[in-house]
Design a protein around this ligand. Structure first.
Ligand code: BDR
Ligand code: CA
Length: 315
């Protein structure tokens, strides 16, 4: 069986960390590289976090840093408010060894372009942060489009937002880049909050993973114990939503997620709905292309089985 080639473009972040963990070892996937973007934290922090995760799990792929801001403009409400101090490092809860893994010298945008163009088979792009690197890569070298088989992204929502009433964080953080991606003509699969909010890492999940006892389970348990505490303090939830790993779970076993094809338009007006993914759920706009497969249901039990299987692949 041919492995599916993927590039993971992320902003770690607790849930991005688990997405990297899952993408790196699964026999159905070939992780070509990890690229970073500003999002959960400033770029230098998300990049160091990606390097730390790869080093801890012995994931030997290039890590390339990308955009430290949105493609066109800073966030309408201000960068410092957007990034905020959600937690100290973006990966609190786990203590990493001193960092020796080196950053690849290529810019993430160039890495994406070169890797996609050089590949003899199509590449799947998996963005789990703001879409700045991907939007830039498409604008800089549109020839990559014909070599991209699918863009499987975490972002957006057709119900209510998590950053503004209208918008989800990743799309809000660089709405213009999201506009480029959703209008690029390649298939987009959108893992929005509508389903990722169901991937709650309850204490029962943490206990189950703790039984595996390897470096990956240690990382998972440490990160998620912290993440759960902070989400409980902030939102009162018993388990933190693991948004980004839903993308990788879908690539491993698409039957764990139900999708619906629809037209999605990104709001880039700068108004109160800036960054909203306007998903035409009932296909009312019949003249518009169905440019996205929007995820509408998650088989939660299957999802955690996939996560567990991925963690068991480590020593
Ligand atoms: C998204 O925002 C980030 O904080 C998470 O890592 C996830 O990618 C959820 O809105
Ligand atoms: Ca993320």
């Amino acid at each position: 069986m041919d492995k599916r080639k993927i590039i993971l473009d992320c902003d770690p972040g607790h849930d991005d960390a688990i997405a990297i963990l899952m993408a790196a070892r699964h026999p159905k996937l070939e992780l070509l590289g990890v690229t970073t973007v500003r999002g959960n934290q400033p770029l230098n922090v998300t990049t160091n976090n990606a390097l730390n995760i790869c080093q801890w799990l012995n994931i030997d792929v290039p890590v390339c840093a990308g955009l430290d801001r949105g493609m066109v403009r800073p966030s309408p409400i201000g960068e410092s408010i957007m990034i905020g101090e959600r937690d100290g490092s973006g990966l609190d809860g786990h203590t990493f060894d001193p960092l020796t893994k080196k950053l690849d010298s290529r810019h993430a945008v160039d890495f994406i372009i070169e890797t996609v163009l050089d590949s003899d088979t199509p590449v799947t792009l998996v963005p789990t942060g703001p879409l700045s690197n991907l939007g830039m890569a498409i604008r800089k070298e549109p020839r990559i489009l014909e070599k991209i088989d699918e863009i499987v992204l975490m972002g957006g929502v057709y119900q209510h937002g998590n950053f503004t009433p209208a918008a989800e964080f990743n799309i809000y953080a660089d709405a213009e880049a999201a506009y480029v991606v959703f209008t690029c003509g390649r298939p987009v699969v959108m893992m929005g909050l509508d389903i990722t909010r169901k991937a709650l890492c309850l204490p029962s999940v943490v206990n189950r993973i703790a039984k595996i006892e390897n470096r990956a389970s240690q990382l998972f348990v440490n990160l998620m114990s912290f993440f759960n505490r902070s989400q409980k303090n902030t939102f009162g939830w018993e388990g933190a939503p693991l948004h980004d790993p839903t993308c990788v779970a879908y690539l491993i076993d698409p039957t764990c997620i139900e999708t619906k094809e629809m037209y999605t338009e990104i709001d880039i007006t700068g108004g109160p709905s800036h960054g909203r993914t306007n998903c035409d759920f009932f296909n009312l706009m019949t003249d518009k292309p169905r440019n996205s497969k929007v995820c509408i249901n998650l088989d939660v039990a299957k999802f955690w089985d996939i996560v567990e299987d991925c963690i068991k692949l480590y020593n």
